[in-house]
Design a protein around this ligand. Structure first.
Ligand code: NAG
Length: 374
């Protein structure tokens, strides 16, 4: 027995893993070693085996690709995933994943905010959408450098009970939950041509293989350099005029932003924990998903509708689906330009209780016209 434990610990040390345990009943923690905290070995460290089974990743990945997703589903890490999880178990694990990530980053002082599908879920009801199978966050350049330098390959251990908010989730998650922070060494390459390594880091559930994609938001040095003194600049095919032009930012996954769209970050709540969201969250969501995604209460493709009274996404009944089929599919509108009157009105009705800013509507103070869709 002891030889087995020692071997695993030895291999873990060889893989460069550091273990940080979070004492029970406290999301705000001090670091301890997992061995001091956990007495129930060896099952408790069996998860480390995943780290040495690199061949369990998807076969056929190009050699330059750093992260290997599972062969059965690209939203799972091949080293830790056993199977695809059904929605009712996947969502509680995703919830625990984001709660552990946000609290850890907060404690480490690493600047991070939610983006893409996670931001859309936040927009509707501050929750993960029930059909999601991953989570997206961004970090600043300073944060990725900091995480790479000091926290790469650290395992963060939590009492499962501290990560659950729904009583139902408690039966699903017991004992400890451990998360691995892994930074892609290719993060030092800022080029979007490095297509196999667009994800700069991951926060991985060593239990299920589910993960959060972490992308660094970088200053676009090339276009910054050609910024004229006139205050006129081009972005996404449109020309803007600004006395103090914002910086152009991008991620290796080719999403691009203006610094004023992201900063200053707004403080809010997501899945019951504090979270930062981009300053112009609404504009970013419209750019990415079209304004329909912000007002349409039936997500036909995802087979869910939004129950305003409950503030929840509910699966469509068979009857509903049948009726919808007759009416024809609802498809998301084209990425639209600007914000519709309907959207403005609807947004104005929602009390912006969590923006932490005087600008209550969430609208930009700088007048920017989005380029028209093709
Ligand atoms: C993080 O650690 C892993 C395992 O040791 C290593 O392969 C990877 O290159 C490291 N990442 C960085 C950014 O140093």
């Amino acid at each position: 027995m002891h030889r087995y434990i020692n071997m695993l610990l030895f291999l873990a040390l060889m893989a460069g893993v550091t273990i940080v345990a979070y004492p029970s009943k406290s999301l705000l923690h001090s670091s301890e070693t997992v061995l001091k905290d956990d007495q129930n070995l060896p099952e408790d460290i069996a998860f480390l085996q995943g780290l040495i089974q690199i061949d369990k990743g998807r076969t056929g990945d190009p050699p330059e690709k750093y992260f290997h997703e599972s062969y059965f589903n690209s939203h799972y890490d091949g080293r830790f995933a056993k199977s695809e999880l059904p929605s009712q178990t996947r969502i509680p694990h995703l919830r625990a994943l984001i709660r552990s990530y946000l609290t850890t980053m907060h404690e480490l002082g690493a600047e991070t905010w939610i983006m893409h599908g996670s931001l859309l879920g936040w927009w509707w009801n501050r929750r993960i959408m029930p059909w999601d199978d991953d989570l997206d966050v961004q970090v600043s350049e300073a944060a990725i450098e900091f995480l790479a330098s000091y926290h790469n390959m650290t395992i963060h251990s939590f009492a499962a009970g501290d990560l659950t908010i729904n009583p139902d989730d408690e039966t699903l998650m017991q004992g400890r939950k451990r998360y691995l922070l892994e930074v892609n060494p290719h993060y030092v390459n800022p080029s979007t041509d490095d297509r196999e390594n667009v994800i700069d880091a991951r926060w991985i559930d060593t239990d299920t293989g589910l993960f959060i994609d972490i992308t660094a938001v970088r200053v676009d040095k090339a276009t910054e350099a050609e910024k004229g003194k006139s205050g006129e600049f081009r972005f996404k095919g449109a020309t803007y005029r600004h006395s103090d032009p914002p910086q152009r930012l991008y991620c290796k996954d080719e999403h691009s932003f203006l610094s004023t769209q992201i900063f200053p970050l707004r403080l809010s709540v997501f899945e019951g924990v504090p979270v930062h969201v981009p300053f112009s969250y609404q504009e970013l969501l419209v750019e990415e998903y079209g304004q329909e995604a912000l007002v349409q209460k039936e997500f036909w493709e995802e087979r869910h509708y939004f129950d305003q009274a409950k503030g929840e996404w509910i699966p469509m009944s068979k009857e509903m689906l049948k009726n919808r089929e007759k009416e024809g599919e609802w498809g998301r509108l084209d990425k639209s330009s600007g914000l519709s009157e309907e959207l403005k009105e609807w947004k104005a009705q929602i009390k912006d209780e969590d923006s932490g800013s005087e600008d209550s509507g969430g609208f930009r103070q700088v007048e920017i016209v989005l380029p028209a869709s093709k």
